[in-house]
Design a protein around this ligand. Structure first.
Ligand code: ATP
Ligand code: MG
Length: 245
């Protein structure tokens, strides 16, 4: 049975989708079977980040409303990763309860199901939270994003998610050294969640290249995703800022 992981943030645009896709491929490299479900109706972009926008014909909206079979909507992204794209709008006759049981039903066929949520704590995120074992909250190292993450930590507790972990994205070592970016201790203290990884600012990620050969083995971002994947699988991997220089 898969571990279902909600990937959420208080503030938008901080790197949830980037983290979901990067982590999915890193888990795939660990031989895990992974499903990404893009829950960002209207704004979903995981098919683009997985270079599969051409294959994205059906979406989970078509499946939960009974229009197509799930096998037709599942996109094979290679590397052990499959994707269910988000519908452009909430389908007619849609019920959040159906989505929740659909997510739980899919968990049997995978090692990990990653739920790429929209920002904030709307009904979609609350539904996803109720179906999740674990939350990864993404924040950038700035006071607004960290405050929003802190609020979400409390919300996840209230929604009964067993554990929440923090990913700090867009970290720039030089900026921290010069006092222009919040340092890691300050972020963790303010967000009040345990850290599971730090993803550096990366030119490739900025261009939407989260996977594929252009994010080569020497990429610090790819190495960061690998370390987060190992921690998610229960391995003890030290967090060292020197890896992010
Ligand atoms: N580590 C990074 N280095 C450089 N750019 C990044 C990094 N992470 C994310 N980005 C950039 O930030 C943009 C927003 O990232 P992403 O779409 O993953 O955020 P999001 O939290 O999913 O947004 P939304 O709230 O709209 O769903 C991306 O288009 C990408 O260009
Ligand atoms: Mg997103």
């Amino acid at each position: 049975m898969a571990k279902v992981i909600l990937i959420a943030s208080g503030k938008g645009g901080v790197g949830k989708s980037t983290t979901a896709v990067g982590l999915a491929y890193a888990l795939g490299r660990l031989e895990k079977k992974v499903l990404i479900i893009d829950l960002d109706t209207g704004l979903g972009c995981d098919d683009i980040l997985c270079f599969r926008s051409d294959s994205s014909v059906f979406n989970w909206g078509d499946v939960v409303t009974g229009s197509v079979e799930c096998s037709k909507a599942l996109i094979d992204c290679s590397g052990g990763v499959k994707l269910l794209s988000a519908p452009q709008k909430i389908p007619e006759g849609f019920s959040y309860d159906t989505l929740a049981s659909f997510i739980r039903g899919l968990a049997a066929a995978f090692d990990f199901v990653l739920l790429d949520a929209p920002a904030g704590l709307g009904t979609m995120v609350q539904t996803a939270a109720a179906s999740s074992d674990y939350a990864i909250l993404v924040a950038t190292p700035d006071p607004v994003s960290v405050k929003a993450a802190c609020t979400l930590v409390g919300d996840c507790e209230r929604l009964g998610i067993g554990e929440s972990r923090l990913v700090i994205n867009r970290f720039i070592y030089k900026e921290v050294r010069h006092g222009r970016q919040m340092n890691i201790d300050a972020v963790i203290d303010s967000a009040t969640a345990r850290l599971i990884g730090i993803i550096p600012e990366d030119d490739m990620l900025r261009c939407g290249i989260v996977t594929g050969s252009r994010l080569g083995v020497k990429s610090k971002a790819r190495q960061a995703f690998n370390r987060i994947a190992a921690r998610v699988c229960g391995f003890s991997v030290e967090i060292r800022l020197s890896q992010l220089k």
